[in-house]
Design a protein around this ligand. Sequence first.
Ligand SMILES: [Mg+2]
Length: 120
Amino acid sequence: MRKILVVDDDPLVRKSVEKVLTHEGYASDFAKNAYEALIKVGEQEFDLIISDIRMPGKNGVEAVREIRRRFKEKLARDIPIIFITGYAELIDELSAEVHGEVILKPFDLDHLLITIREYL
Ligand SMILES: [Mg+2]
């Protein structure tokens, strides 16, 4: 079973994404900030990460950069990332240096699922 880590400080987003992932047969786990995300990636294997960008503490981009740096040996391949953000202006900044899909909030869960399937 494919496993997805969802990183978002908004519990409503975590809940709605969890519901749809479970329904689609994906295993999932959640982190509410970059710190928790680093712990989860250290403990478990994930096939994909879905991450918010604006979060208290480290933002999603910094979190992903840190995950890639810290777990370079552990991750057999570059783990695919889907960013979800309510801030369109962050996208240019992001695409300049981070590979990953970006989906704008409020997002349609079907759109999210289609994007997940492209990566898994
Ligand atoms: Mg947020």
